[in-house]
Structure formats: structure tokens, C-alpha cells
Design a protein around this ligand. Structure first.
Ligand SMILES: [Fe+2]
Ligand SMILES: [Fe+2]
Length: 169
């Protein structure tokens, strides 16, 4: 595997684990506000990000690459309003889409089509991640303005169940 592509994938393992940590911190915020449904949503989001990290980790090992695990950064966002994590999540997913696109372009540049194919799943996943996080902002704006609406929204998000990623390695 090309050295640069391997390096970027290795960095992405760390970024996905950071994403998990960031989402756990959002769950943490909502738990402390008594919004257990919102907390559930982000706990599951955190699990999914751990899955992403593990998929890339395994892909590197399956391709005889050495993986180096670095320190995971402290979640550094401050939340005041109830909608703040929702906005931060959308921004974060847009940032991650950029990271995936950068690795994709690097793999394409060296004709590493195996990695390109592997990353196709992540490209699609980022489309879903951006849509889901953007939809949540819209729902909050529409229904989160009064106590009853917030209660309903919290109940809806409490119903999210974890499912393993559709990509298996
Ligand atoms: Fe991810
Ligand atoms: Fe994500």
C-alpha cells in the first residue's frame, strides 16, 4: 500500500475514535439535562464511530499495514443551548466527509482501487450521517420550541436502536 494512503487511513482510525468520544460527550450533555432520548441517540452514534474506526483498523491489518494508535483528543466543544450539540454534530460530519474525500483522492491518485472500493462504503455513510444530523436540526427547530414538542422528540430519539455496520471485514 502507498505510504501516504496508509498514513491517512491510520490517522482516520484516530479521527473516528475522536468522533466517538465527541458523541459520547454530546450524550453526556443531554444526560445531564434529563433528555435521555437525545442521550441515547448520541450513545449509539458513538458506537457507530467506534465501528468505523475498527473497520479501518482491520482493513489496514488485512493489507499487511502497521497500525499506530495515537492519543485521542479531549472533546473541546462547549454546549449551552439544547440545539448546540445538534449543530456541532452536523458541522463535524461535514468535516469528516472532507477527511474521507481526501483519503479517497489519495487512493485514486496511486490507482489503489482496492482502497477506493473500501472507501465507497464510507462515502455513502457520510451522506447518511450528514442527512441524519441535518434532519435533527430541522426537527429541533420545528418541534423543540415548547416542552410538549421537546418531550415528543426526546421520545422519538429514545427509540433509536444500535445495528452493526452493513460493511463487514
Ligand atoms: Fe465515522
Ligand atoms: Fe459519523
Amino acid at each position: 500500500m502507498d505510504k501516504k494512503v496508509a498514513e491517512l487511513l491510520n490517522e482516520q482510525v484516530n479521527k473516528e475514535l475522536y468522533s466517538a468520544y465527541l458523541y459520547l460527550d454530546m450524550a453526556n450533555f443531554y444526560s445531564s439535562k434529563g433528555l435521555d432520548g437525545f442521550a441515547n441517540w448520541y450513545e449509539i452514534q458513538a458506537k457507530e464511530e467506534q465501528d468505523h474506526a475498527l473497520l479501518i483498523y482491520k482493513y489496514l491489518h488485512n493489507n499487511s499495514q502497521t497500525v499506530t494508535l495515537g492519543a485521542i483528543g479531549k472533546p473541546d466543544k462547549e454546549y449551552k443551548e439544547l440545539a448546540d450539540p445538534l449543530k456541532a454534530a452536523y458541522e463535524h460530519e461535514q468535516y469528516v466527509t472532507g477527511l474521507i474525500n481526501t483519503i479517497y483522492a489519495a487512493a485514486q491518485a496511486v490507482s489503489d482501487y482496492r482502497t477506493v472500493q473500501f472507501l465507497d462504503w464510507f462515502v455513502k455513510e457520510q451522506g447518511e450521517e450528514e442527512k441524519n444530523s441535518s434532519d435533527l436540526i430541522t426537527k429541533m427547530e420545528l418541534f423543540g420550541g415548547d416542552a410538549k414538542g421537546l418531550y415528543m422528540l426526546n421520545s422519538e430519539l429514545a427509540g433509536r436502536a444500535y445495528s452493526a455496520p452493513s460493511l463487514q471485514i
